[in-house]
Design a protein around this ligand. Sequence first.
Ligand SMILES: Nc1nc2c(c(=O)[nH]1)N=C([C@H](O)[C@H](O)COP(=O)(O)OP(=O)(O)OP(=O)(O)O)CN2
Ligand code: ZN
Length: 137
Amino acid sequence: MIPQLYPQVPHNYIFELNKDMNFSSAHYIPDERAGACARVHGHTYFLNLTIGGNELDELGFLINFSELKQLIHGRFDHQLLNELPELAGRIPSTEKMAELIHELVQSHLNTLPNQPQCLQVFLRETPTSYVVYRGAK
Ligand SMILES: Nc1nc2c(c(=O)[nH]1)N=C([C@H](O)[C@H](O)COP(=O)(O)OP(=O)(O)OP(=O)(O)O)CN2
Ligand SMILES: [Zn+2]
């Protein structure tokens, strides 16, 4: 995996966990204003998740790294994003994907007794294009 630089998120949590992963997906932007992106094409997305919290679980984890990978890579890798039920009614832009990933991760974190928080989603779609999403305040 190519080392990435991504912005740091300010917070006061004792622990900050970061998980990097790639997933390869096809998509299209269903509007002629998107030009060539209106045709089905693929990306190897790079994702960095930043999770914060003050309490660990009985394993000493804020959240198991592999749970985060399963939650996102397991769902989006080698899929046509436009056809996924999670994307129903949403355009699979980088912005909307980052927002959805934040929702999926935070929903999972909300089930954990130690209540970690998803502080930042960094989603790179191409070598020259990325989005940072931090959720509603
Ligand atoms: N704000 C957004 N603009 C665009 C998105 C998007 O998700 N949000 N997506 C696309 C296309 O899907 C495309 O795959 C990526 O666009 P782009 O960065 O223009 O891709 P290039 O590799 O051609 O970029 P260059 O820097 O010109 O090489 C379009 N816009
Ligand atoms: Zn694209």
